[in-house]
Design a protein around this ligand. Structure first.
Ligand code: BES
Ligand code: MN
Ligand code: ZN
Length: 492
């Protein structure tokens, strides 16, 4: 996709479509007023008649408008101007793009940036790129047709460039999640990482079964045992900072398919379990962005890649495994596999001297029961670090909510009678938190925030601004965390 700036007059621009905005009060933006003038007041009339709405993400279309060289105008609702931020910029541009992508378009020009901050423009460009891509990877007749060219009015080259990098990173994550498990399994997933690591100059290590054995990753290996697909562990590194600068570690759950193992899931619950590698795909998206943005920070991305299957060699209910850290774990449900994989990867993050850790995982259905499908759960051992993650998410418009980690209420629940800990809580109550309590056992005293993305990583039904399937949620937020980490260090 080509992305270029334009400073042509809106009426002179040749494009398949032009996008302009109107806010919830029905106020036309500067560029929309120009369209209105060119069309003899048509736009204002349609808004007054409430044929065109300013509700965030609503899109009205003017076909073959007089006085313009463009084929059509999409008028997108920007919502309440008081609440307008990066999230709204992303959604508005994405909604317009998604609607226009229903047909093939060569060139679409966005005239939305009037009064927007650079960060909002960047989010808008990212949104335009994300909105026009669909999950229809294997449909002969596509539902959405990505544009050949996006024009953005009056944007700085640097903002266009970073918006494009964010858009491509979110789309990378989405595509990896949307690929079927027959295509994305641990080996092929690691190969994808190798491809972009090479292209963008990231350091990469890929551990195979033998190395995983040598490194005592017995928890990860236990999960992998039921599958004919061997596991992998991927370590990406971006050394943008100095050798003594702190290290931010991003850890992702990469279960390329979660059948539940012997504690097998019913078909309906298995239907979306290709998405169980979304945490790892998110880490990959962020690492690609961090490298391409050349952020002057040290970031490592670690992903545990396994398939959770049934088979004669599968790990069993009642098994006791000894994790990389040395802690022993009693397995009481083979469907609580994500925490086992993460246990070993988090331990490796400590060994690699991470100063701060964020892990991303489609970890629990319980988190969806607690927060619904659109909100990620945050759990932490360090409130200031969690606050930093939350603030970045709020500013990017990605919904998060923190869940408590009270020691008195939850610590006992993961105690085992035969091993150090067990991989499930007592009964199903508080399941998102008992899972996080398990992970907490493997991060020592390092500030750590766990993000349970079981809900928002994958959409069963499309939104006006996003096709169903993988969402790429949290790529933008984590890039923002890395950027702030840069600023923080420069202050120090
Ligand atoms: N991958 C699932 C969690 C999940 C559920 C992600 C729905 C996305 C959508 C995870 O491995 C799992 O199966 N968790 C169990 C844990 C339980 C056995 C303690 C769950 O949530 O039921
Ligand atoms: Mn599971
Ligand atoms: Zn899982």
């Amino acid at each position: 996709m080509i992305i270029s700036p334009t400073d042509l007059e809106i009426t002179d621009l040749e494009a398949d479509a032009i996008v302009v905005g109107v806010d919830a009060q029905g106020t036309l933006t500067q560029e929309a007023r120009e369209i209105d003038a060119a069309t003899g007041g048509l736009l204002a009339r349609l808004v007054a008649q409430e044929e065109i709405s300013g509700k965030l993400g609503k899109v009205g279309i003017l076909l073959a408008p007089p006085g313009l060289r463009a084929g059509q105008v999409a008028v997108v609702g920007l919502g309440e101007s008081r609440q307008f931020g990066r999230g709204q910029a992303f959604r508005a541009a994405a909604a317009a793009a998604k609607r226009l992508a229903e047909r093939r378009r060569r060139r679409v020009a966005f005239f939305l940036g009037d009064g927007w901050s650079e960060q909002q423009v960047e989010s808008g460009i990212c949104g335009a790129m994300v909105g026009c891509r669909g999950q229809d990877l294997y449909r002969t007749e596509k539902n959405l047709h990505a544009f050949e060219e996006i024009l953005w009015d009056d944007a700085y080259e640097t903002v266009l460039a970073s918006g494009r990098i964010l858009g491509e990173s979110v789309n990378l994550t989405r595509q990896l999640v949307n690929e079927p498990p027959s295509r994305i399994y641990p080996e092929s997933f690691a190969a994808e990482a190798e491809k972009f690591a090479e292209e963008f100059g990231l350091g990469i290590e890929v551990w195979d079964e033998q190395r995983l054995e040598e490194e005592r990753c017995h928890a990860l290996l236990a999960v992998a045992r039921g599958s004919s697909r061997p596991p992998r562990l991927v370590i990406l590194s971006h050394r943008g900072g100095g050798p003594d600068d702190p290290i931010l570690a991003l850890v992702g759950k990469g279960v390329t398919f979660d059948s539940g193992g012997l504690s097998i899931k019913p078909t309906d619950s298995m239907k979306t379990m290709k998405c169980d590698m979304a945490g790892a795909a998110t880490v990959f998206g962020v690492m690609q962005a961090v490298a391409r943005l050349e952020l002057p920070v040290n970031v490592i991305g670690l992903a545990g890649l396994v398939e959770n299957m049934v088979g004669g060699n599968a790990y069993k209910v009642g098994d006791v495994i000894s994790a990389r850290s040395g802690k022993t774990i009693e397995v009481l449900n083979t469907d609580a596999e994500g925490r086992l994989v993460l246990a070993d990867v988090l331990d490796l993050a400590l060994e690699r001297k991470a100063n701060r850790i964020i892990d991303l995982a489609t970890l629990t259905g319980a988190c969806m029961v607690a927060l619904g499908t659109d909100v990620a759960g945050l759990m932490t051992n360090d409130q200031p670090w969690c606050d930093a993650v939350r603030q970045a998410a709020d500013d990017c418009g990605e919904a998060v909510w923190q869940l408590p980690m009270f020691p008195d209420c939850y610590d006992e629940q993961i105690q085992s009678k035969v091993a150090d800990i067990k991989n499930v809580g007592e009964g199903r109550w508080g399941g998102a938190i008992t899972a996080a309590k398990f992970l907490e056992q493997f991060v020592g005293k390092t500030p750590w925030t766990h993000v349970d993305i079981a809900g928002p990583a994958f959409l069963e039904n499309p939104k006006p601004w996003l096709d169903a399937g993988g969402t790429g949620v949290f790529v933008r937020t984590l890039v923002e965390v890395a950027r702030r980490w840069t600023a923080e260090m420069n202050d120090a």
